[in-house]
Design a protein around this ligand. Structure first.
Ligand SMILES: [Zn+2]
Length: 366
């Protein structure tokens, strides 16, 4: 089956057979992730002045490598599956593009070769590949994670094992997943005296995607580690509190309603995006891309998001209050009129971020 994506046409398997990692599992192509790949292509345009080489670490059909090559990159694609390697080679050739396609364990490959951009797009957790990725990458590491249940605390033990953090299944679960992933990535980079700074992150269609800009140096890495911390959360009234630091200092009892609270962490509490970077990416999404409208809308929302580490859902708050919810614009205006900052978020149509706590939100809008 042929698929047109961006400026390229690639052959992909007729049906999904499973993951691309692991011999004999079949080649994997996920049409749901065209949005992810369109945004990646736009990111590659934005960073092209600094970056020349790109590694598609688990290439499968080769679609990411082909799109990066079409964007002018010197690409390498890697897969352990010989069928994937053959398919990726055919897909580069049919688009008239050059690139190295390597049949190898990608961790071994990354230990021996450096790239300006390393892209991890595994089926499931990226954790088995992140150490080697931060050793290999010079400028950017891009990471997809599809194991959202462990990340957001729905599969608690699995999340603790994979990510070395305590996730909690809160009502802002998508952002919990993002911040648990970022925590693990920042800590992994720091082990090699590398500072990993998230410049764009989104949670869409059951996957998390983030782009990390790298800089070398123990001090720079320390300043990223200093942005890790914990979230205390009350499930009854949805009050929450964040505190930086590796050592948790749980509050235990909600100061708002008295319910016992639970604590997640260490999670990433710093910015999950850089607004000027996100704006440049949005301007670099060509109209001809299949998901252009969706990508531009998503990026516009992200660029305007406040850097608060958690968000609220307006409908869930009103339900707790036994009141009828109001239109989002009116709701946000009420918060601003009361002197607080407020923004929508990309996590859902009724979600918002604010510097007001849950009692102040209620006072401002009821
Ligand atoms: Zn409470």
């Amino acid at each position: 089956m042929d698929v047109r994506e961006g400026d390229v046409t690639v052959e992909v398997p007729e049906a999904r057979h499973g993951a691309s990692e692991g011999a004999g599992s079949g080649v994997f192509y996920n049409p749901v992730q065209e949005l992810n790949r369109d945004i990646t292509a736009a990111v590659l345009r934005v960073v092209a002045d600094d970056c020349e080489t790109y590694l598609d670490a688990m290439t499968a059909s080769g679609v990411r490598a082909v799109r990066a090559a079409a964007a002018g990159y010197d690409v390498t694609a890697c897969d352990v599956d010989p069928e994937a390697v053959e398919l990726a080679r055919r897909n580069l050739a049919r688009n008239g593009l050059d690139g190295d396609v390597v049949h190898r364990n990608v961790n071994a490959h990354m230990h021996e070769h450096g790239y300006d951009v390393v892209d991890l797009d595994p089926f499931g957790t990226p954790i088995p590949f992140v150490d080697a990725a931060f050793r290999s990458a010079r400028r950017y590491v891009c990471v997809t994670a599809t194991d959202t249940a462990p990340l957001c605390g729905a599969h608690f033990e699995s999340g603790v094992r994979s990510y070395g953090a305590v996730p909690r299944n809160t009502e802002f679960h998508a952002e919990m997943g993002l911040r648990v992933l970022l925590s693990a990535l920042v800590r992994t980079a720091a082990r090699y005296d590398v500072a990993a700074r998230p410049v764009l992150s989104h949670v869409s269609s059951h996957y998390v995607r983030t782009y990390l800009e790298l800089s070398d140096g123990a001090k720079a890495a320390d300043s990223q580690v200093a942005q890790l911390g914990h979230i205390d959360h009350c499930q009854r009234c949805l009050w929450r509190n964040t505190e930086r630091g590796f050592i948790a200092n749980p509050i235990r009892e909600c100061p708002n309603c008295g319910q016992s609270t639970w604590t997640a962490g260490p999670v990433w509490l710093g910015p999950a995006h850089d607004s000027s970077f996100v704006d440049r990416v949005r301007e670099s999404v060509p109209e001809r891309f299949g998901t252009a409208k969706q990508a531009q809308g998503l990026l516009e929302t992200i660029a305007d998001e406040l850097h608060e580490p958690t968000h609220f859902d307006q409908h869930k708050l009103y339900k707790r209050w036994n009141e009828s919810s109001i239109a989002m614009d009116e709701f946000l205006d009420s918060l601003r009129a009361a002197g607080y900052e407020a923004s929508r978020t990309h996590f859902g149509g009724t979600t918002f971020k604010t510097d007001a706590d849950v009692t102040a939100v209620r006072d401002a809008v009821l």
